[in-house]
Design a protein around this ligand. Sequence first.
Ligand code: SF4
Length: 688
Amino acid sequence: MDVNFVPTTCPYCGTGCTFNLVVKDGKVVGSIPNTRSPVNEGKTCPKGTYAYEFVNSEERLTVPLIKKDGKFVEATWDEAIALIAEKFKSYKPDEIACLSSARTSNEDNYAMMKLARGAFKTRHIDHCARLCHSSTVAGLAAVFGSGAMTNSILDIPEAKCVFIIGSNTFEQHPLIGRRVMQAKKNGAKIIYADPRYTPTAKQADLYMQFKSGSDVAILNCMMHEIIKNGWEAKEFIENRTKGFEDLKAVVMKDDYTPENVEQISGIPADQLRQAAEWFAKSESSAILYSMGITQHTVGVDNVKSVAHLQMVTGNLGRPGTGVNALRGQNNVQGACDMGALPVVFTGYQKVIDEAAHKKFSDAWGFPDGIAAPENGYEVTTMINVLSDNPGELKALYIMGENPMLSDPNIDHAKHSLENLEFMVVQDIFLTETAQMADVVLPATCYAEKDGTQTSTERRVQKWRKAQDPPGEAKLDWKILAMVGAAMGYADQFAWETSEDVFNEIAELTPSYHGMNYERLEKPEALHWPCPEVDHPGTPILHTQKFATPDGLGIMSGIEWKPPAEVPDEEYPFVLTTGRCIWHWHTGTMTRNSPTLDHEVPTGWIEINVDDAAELGIEDKEMIKAITRRGEVEVPAKVTKDIMKGVMFMPFHFAECPANRLTNDALDPIAKIPEFKACAVKVEKITEA
Ligand code: SF4
């Protein structure tokens, strides 16, 4: 028997843990710890431990499928690619849109960006970062000039105070949770703010339970207390920032006293005072946040407020500090870095910048040019255009995304996708979205390819091929290159290996310029920016100055605004959504992993015990959850761990899809939907 151990990087959350895949006779059969990675030191969470199980699932796609008379029939690659090229050639550039993927590699995302802008010549490319951290990218770029996590996972244990808001870190990023526990053992105070008493809350020294949607009020209140008591970092504010007086004029209003914010948030005033004091007086305080902050119609305001708190207290540019935006999917950072966004090429080089446009146009050498130097549509805008202006967008190419479960108000999203003339889905399983496609292309998963992914802390790490793909499945970038060649651009897509693609990325991307596959072989890999081949990478950003034109961090006054939809007589509760430790995103991989699916086989709605008693609802009873957008039948989970008046649903489950209920109202800048707060009612199911 032939047994190999292939080190690779976890395909689930943005932490970037590594492990070894166990390969017997050419097939992945298990995983064992890889202790060489400094990120996780051989530990993995349940998802990482069982990340091998879906690889050889019988449900994997193995051949191209073309829909004929409403049914999929198997096709050859030649047939499928020829049909795609013929269709895409028949549309004008602005009639085409592309969705790239936070699950696939940097190389795959770069290939999709090049196919969209170079071969299809469309401006409309985006991916699901829009739905999770687009407010981080926009908010942090506005205040620091760079939209990424400022610090490294490894320096969290050096914090003397860790403030976690809007992140159930111990379930969603468990190996970052481990670093928080190391900080606690080193004497740090842990402050946690969340509407649910989660496993993260159980480890906190101070747990503040709050009403979803009151984040800006809470953060303004903490700054109010800090400035009132003279605890602000005067030298840092003076030397490294501007706009403090504008910020002060807002946060010092009476609206943001602890007593008034108690009314808005539900957090007792004394807890708000305690949090402000611990945070400001510690010698190094780190903030960790995730989608509880970003997925709001005020997502950008929330992110900026987090950054303001760090500037007011001088907690930037040093170990144990920072604005630590915990990215959701394994390569959502990388997909953004690769320009799978409607406004930038790789490395956040703006498409509207003439020099950047010329640089990519010249380097790629498409004889008939590339997409116009204009911003394109965000995925949320694409969905609205499809429903509101049918015929404007006609064709959509989706790689590794499942909007039929991940988008808000999915009945609306379905209606929008039905207005397309032609849709291609490239994936590893026949997802809910793939079932609606005209052509489905079988792709490869992380265990079947060499490539790179970029974790939440900007660490670029390698995937290594452990087995051959199933059936006729192909590498994502190779499929995209085949489409590019069939469109008439064989020279522009003439890569032979994943390394060739990466070298092209490095050539065109200043922050990746010093990286190559050889350097990334090291267990610690490299953090961007890494501008030259002798540069060691940059674990901590903004040590001396910010990435703004004058090097100063930018503060401004931000007023709290309530969510777009608040409870009323008809819909009296707040619904918030999220994930659980056993499943991932739309369940495409975890629900095809028997161990994970066995642990949590379906969804639920959490209801506070007092609310349940008033409504006469029992634990595990099947009930109806209803919002203005739709209704879902789902089992009740009656618990003390959620605030009265608030309900929670995980969004992984197609049979009780939380996103049928969520609100598709958008942040005006980031265009991120308000997944975290909408008005809901629940009803008992009565026999017909
Ligand atoms: Fe994978 Fe994230 Fe778990 Fe690490 S913490 S094993 S990266 S899912």
